[in-house]
Structures are given as C-alpha cells and as structure tokens.
Ligand binder design. Structure first.
Ligand code: UD1
Length: 416
C-alpha cells in the first residue's frame, strides 16, 4: 500500500487546475443506464471511484470507451445485479438502483452497509422507490426492486439526501405521470445531473431547489454533456493556500459553488479574489479562528469539514466545528492530535484551540476527506508526515501529490 511523505513548511504558489467532480460524474455515468445508445460525457476525473463505477457498469453489460471524455452505451443490459464486492468498496454504487428499475423493471443491488463516517443507510432511497410503485424486498443483504412501470408520486424526503434525490430523480424520468420530490437536496451535482437528464429528453424543473418536479416520458435518447468542476477539490486547494501562507490561483472552478467556504476563509483573514471560473487565494500571517457548522448545500459542506479543521488547528483562537450531516465524521481528530493539535470532541462538535505549529508524524487515513485534511496538516507541520492508507485519497482526488508538488509542496508518494 502506497504512502505519502510530506515535509512541511513550503509556501504554495502558482496555478492549479481543478478536475471534474467525482460526485457529479458518478450519477451522470449511472444515468446512461436509462438510455439505449452512445452518450458522451466530458470532464470525467481519473479516480479510483470512477474506475469502480466503470467496473460496476461493465458488469451490467454497459459498453464504455475513453477516459476524460467517456462514451457510454447501455444498449444491451445483460445483468441487473450490482454485487456486494462492488458496492462495498463504494457506497455510491447504489446509484444504479433507480435507473435499472426504471429501464429494466428490476434491479438487485447489494446493501452498502456501514462505513467509516457513520451508518449511512439507504432507507430513504427504498421508501421513495416504493412510493413510485416498486415492489421492494430486502433479502440476503440485497435490495431487490421490481416494477413493470414506475408511477409518478409526491415524495417527501425526511432528511436531505444527495444520492437519494439523484436516484429517485433518475427513476422518475421514465415513470408514468408526474413526480414531485419535496425536501430534495440542492447540491450543484444534482443540478448537473438534471441538466444531463434534460439533454436526454427528460422533463425536469426545480433541480437545485428543494422541490423538483419530473414529468415522466416514454424513453430517453443519448446526450453529450459535461461534468461540473469538483468544488471539494477546489475547496481543499483554497485551504492549502491558507494553511501554507501561500498564494494560489484555483483555475477551472465554479466560485458560486464555494460561497460558504469562501465566506469562512475571508472571516479567518485570507484574501480571496473571485473571477468567473477561477479563485485566487492568499494566506500570509496567522489566520483567526472561526466557527463552522456543516449543513446540506448551500451550507458549509461536510466534505470540507476535516480540511477546515486542519486550518483551524493552526489558527489563532478557539474554533467550534459542528458536524450535523454525519454522526461519526471526526475520525481525523485523533490523528491531528498526534501531530500536536489541541482538539476536544464534545458530542457533535470539535473544540479546536489553535496552536502555533503542528509537528510531522506518522498518520493514517481513515476516509477520503480525512486523508485530505492530514495532507493539509502535513503541509503546515514542522518536519515529516507519513500518511498511510493512501488508497482513500485516490478515491476522490486526481493525483493530489502532483498538483501540490507543482505548487511547490514537498510531497511524494512511496510504494509499500
Ligand atoms: C453524498 C456525497 C458525499 C457527501 C454527502 C453529504 C456522493 C457520491 N456522495 O453522499 O460525498 O458527504 O452526500 O453531502 O454524492 N441518510 C439516511 N437515509 C438514506 C440516505 C441518507 O438516513 O436513505 C442520511 C445519511 O446517513 C446522512 C444524511 O442522510 O446522515 C445525508 O446523507 P446523503 O446526502 O444521502 O449522503 P450521500 O448521498 O451518501
């Protein structure tokens, strides 16, 4: 298993280009299941999670060609089952459930089970599919869903769920009649998926708001469409600029998707200049502590909570970071403490007292975003940090060590 070796203390400077969003590419690739014919998706990132969904789609009989521009054809679906082996490595595999039932009338998808950041059930996906008329059974760790044709319905999500909204929005495109998704999630990745589905001939309004209306159609046609830039990758590099006192231009991003983070970084004392599709971020001097509370979009993203905690660990003062989206997403705290951070967990909050310096240490990644936060901490620390279990970061960041080195960081990947 690879490790990442980081020698802290370098100030980052220069331009970094942002890749396509993992969390938009995954549902967009799954949406090809709704269509007979070749789709073309641009700006697909090169990530382990993308390779996983490709394996899953291939196992269903989907043909694919290309990398950054990916052609996908689900003309001949030969299998409607997503196996445990594929789903357990990536929860988002559940995204094939809605499209498969809608197009094929049946699907069998392994239940994802727990993961490092909490129980993360899929009960809301299942309940909504039942409300669309699917017959759903849970057997041997699998969700089995059947429906000759789904029927439009008014659905209310108890909790704002991103992949739940995406799954049901995809399913409803081919349902008979109109579906209304109430308390739908509002993440930009949902609007991107809706844009792709609309290009396929779906009738969707309200994506990006909490009420999405989908008028079902008989069939969809292939589309050519692009994945939006990854706001979490962009946010991670903004924080990298701050934590190293650097001056970095983040190129090819959508600043409107990062407003919650930008507001916090400005409050902390960073200089942030926003252009149409780039952001220049400069640190310099000790930053001030700010409080952060994660919320569904447009609130502060839970996927940037660990990274901003690394910044707060070396800021001046006391910061209270409250996690409201996932119940167990403080796995990075113990590792940061090993690097000299002063953090105490109190229920859903972490109380972070900034220290003047972190110290390099051997640390272990526990999940995707936690690994990013430990790399950030390593960039700011005195001495050498060795991060193991690097496969977590490869799930969601395209060649992060290359992008950071190009900005002047001392970071390298070592095998074993
Ligand atoms: C997506 C993102 C993930 C991000 C998360 C929250 C993808 C591929 N992943 O994950 O990076 O951290 O949104 O922004 O887009 N819940 C239930 N029952 C359900 C579904 C969800 O109780 O059926 C709960 C979850 O346990 C969690 C909350 O709802 O507490 C939000 O989860 P959700 O938005 O569904 O996260 P994901 O879609 O899995």
């Amino acid at each position: 298993m690879d490790k990442m070796v980081i020698v802290g203390g370098e100030r980052l400077a220069g331009d970094v280009r942002i890749s396509g969003a993992k969390n938009a590419a995954l549902p967009i690739m799954a949406s090809a299941l709704l269509v007979d014919g070749w789709n073309a998706f641009h700006n697909i990132p090169d990530l382990a999670d993308i390779r996983t969904i490709k394996r899953l789609l291939r196992s269903l009989g989907v043909e694919m060609e290309g990398e950054e521009t990916l052609q996908v054809n689900a003309g001949r679906i030969t299998n409607c089952e997503a196996s445990y082996d594929l789903v357990r490595t990536m929860r988002a595999s559940i995204l094939v459930l809605g499209p498969l039932v809608a197009r094929m009338g049946e699907a069998r998808v392994s239940l994802p089970g727990g993961c490092a950041i909490g129980a993360r059930p899929v009960n809301l996906h299942i309940k909504a599919l039942q409300e669309l008329g699917a017959e759903v059974t849970l057997k041997d760790g699998y969700v089995e869903a059947k429906a000759s044709r789904l029927k439009g319905a008014s659905i209310y999500f108890d909790i704002s769920t991103v992949t739940g909204t995406e799954n049901i929005m995809m399913a409803a495109t081919l349902a008979e009649g109109t579906t209304v998704l109430n308390n739908a999630a509002r993440e930009p990745e949902i609007a991107n998926l809706a844009e792709v589905l609309t290009g396929m001939g779906a009738r969707i309004s309200g994506a990006g708001t909490d009420t999405i209306v989908i008028e079902g159609v008989e069939s969809l046609h292939p589309v050519e469409a692009a994945v939006i830039p990854d706001r979490i990758e962009a946010g991670t590099f903004l924080i990298a600029a701050g934590i190293t006192g650097g001056d970095v231009r983040i190129v090819g991003c959508n600043p409107l998707h990062l407003e919650a983070l930008i507001a916090k970084l400005r409050d902390a004392g960073m200089r942030i200049d926003v252009a149409d599709d780039s952001i220049r971020a400069a640190g310099g001097g000790t930053l001030k502590s700010v409080d952060v509370k994660t919320l569904p979009y447009p609130g502060f993203p839970t996927d940037l909570q660990a990274q901003i905690m690394a910044l707060m660990a070396v800021s001046d003062g006391l910061s209270i970071i409250t996690e409201t989206v996932f119940e167990n997403r403080f796995m990075h705290v113990g590792e940061m403490i090993r690097m000299g951070a002063d953090i105490v967990i109190q229920g859903k909050s972490a109380v972070v007292r900034g220290v003047p310096k972190l110290r390099g240490a051997p640390v272990m990644a526990t999940d995707l975003r936690a690994s990013a936060s430990l790399i950030l901490a390593g960039l700011a620390a005195e001495g050498t940090t060795v991060l193991s279990r690097v496969y977590h970061i490869d799930r969601g960041y395209q060649r992060i060590e290359k992008k950071l080195s190009a900005l002047g960081a001392d970071i390298r990947r070592v095998a074993g």
